[in-house]
Write a protein that binds this ligand. Structure first.
Ligand SMILES: Cc1cc2nc3c(=O)[nH]c(=O)nc-3n(C[C@H](O)[C@H](O)[C@H](O)COP(=O)(O)OP(=O)(O)OC[C@H]3O[C@@H](n4cnc5c(N)ncnc54)[C@H](O)[C@@H]3O)c2cc1C
Length: 265
């Protein structure tokens, strides 16, 4: 799960065109809360929840520990935070490398669960890259998940069809925001989270060198950014003389939001 700048804040790019992560508060990516929620549900409905451990893993800056804490408050059992100055500026390829090494260090998980996309970089490719690096099957963009013994079946909703896909664990699974509501941590859970194990790894703990990650090792680079122009004022339809409905329909028709309606009103 990723620590991202708060999407409701005023987000900016740094002078080198990377996302300015310092000037804005961060949080656990909302799309990743769905992955945490589904991991917890799989644990709770497994028949032997005491034997199932959910580990929350985040590769991110120092403040990224907040994202790990949030997952622990939601109910994850163990937190792992990979943080190292050299990782800053990594692209998705390097991020997936660090994540894969961390997953291997954590152990041999049956399920590696991710969100569908981060709310900042929004590449949507890290889960697939992780599957490739770990040499595991991938089930991506799941809106419904069923686990039976070592079999996982998912539903993936596409534009023209809904697919039912299955694979045998261990595997990488990414979940969408359609997979079900996300729980709020209770006060009791927030207090309990303070006692849960939380580990921090650096690059050397994962056997990685600084030159394998970071800005200099990135395959792609943002070479320029242009701020979107501020929104212009919207059209105001006045209905004082009863002509508002026609004016509204005319506006929608002239913007091609509706067709053929003007003649029928
Ligand atoms: C410490 C650090 C600092 C960075 N600083 C910058 C920067 O200043 N500017 C910049 O442009 N880029 C930076 N990056 C790179 C950027 O965050 C990566 O490109 C990104 O992690 C992967 O792309 P994405 O977020 O679009 O992933 P997506 O493919 O959209 O993510 C899909 C899913 O993969 C998982 N995931 C993705 N990233 C992580 C992660 N880091 N930890 C855990 N799970 C993850 C999540 O579940 C997410 O929902 C940094 C990366 C790190 C690790």
């Amino acid at each position: 799960m990723k620590y991202v700048p708060d999407a409701t804040a005023d987000r900016r790019f740094a002078p080198n065109n990377t996302v300015d992560r310092e000037s804005v508060d961060g949080l656990l990516s909302e799309l990743d809360e769905y992955a945490v929620e589904q991991a917890l549900r799989i644990k709770e409905t497994s028949g032997n929840p005491e034997d199932v451990r959910v580990t929350a893993l985040c590769v991110g800056p120092e403040k990224g520990i907040d994202a790990v804490r949030k997952a622990l408050q939601m109910g994850a059992d163990i937190g792992v935070h990979v943080t190292d100055e050299a990782v800053a500026g990594s692209d998705a390829i390097a991020t997936s490398l660090v994540l894969a090494k961390a997953v291997e260090k954590i152990g041999s998980p049956q399920l590696v669960m991710c969100g569908m996309s981060s709310t900042d970089g929004a590449m949507g490719v890290v889960p697939a890259m992780l599957a490739e690096r770990l040499d595991l099957p991938q089930l991506t963009l799941a809106s419904v998940i069923e686990v039976l013994d070592d079999q996982v079946r998912i539903r993936r909703d596409g534009d023209v069809a809904t697919e039912d896909i299955g694979a045998t664990m261990p595997l990488v699974l990414s979940v969408t925001d359609q997979s079900g509501g996300v729980r709020y941590p209770s006060f009791k859970a927030i207090m309990a989270a303070k006692k849960k194990p939380l580990e921090t790894y650096s690059l050397s703990d994962l056997g990685l060198d600084a030159d394998e990650v970071g800005h200099s090792a990135a395959w792609s680079e943002v070479v320029g950014t242009t701020e979107r122009p501020p929104r212009t004022a919207g059209a105001i339809v006045n209905d004082e003389d009863g002509s508002g409905a026609m004016a509204l329909v005319g506006f929608l028709a002239s913007n091609k939001h509706i067709r053929g309606a003007v003649e029928h009103v």
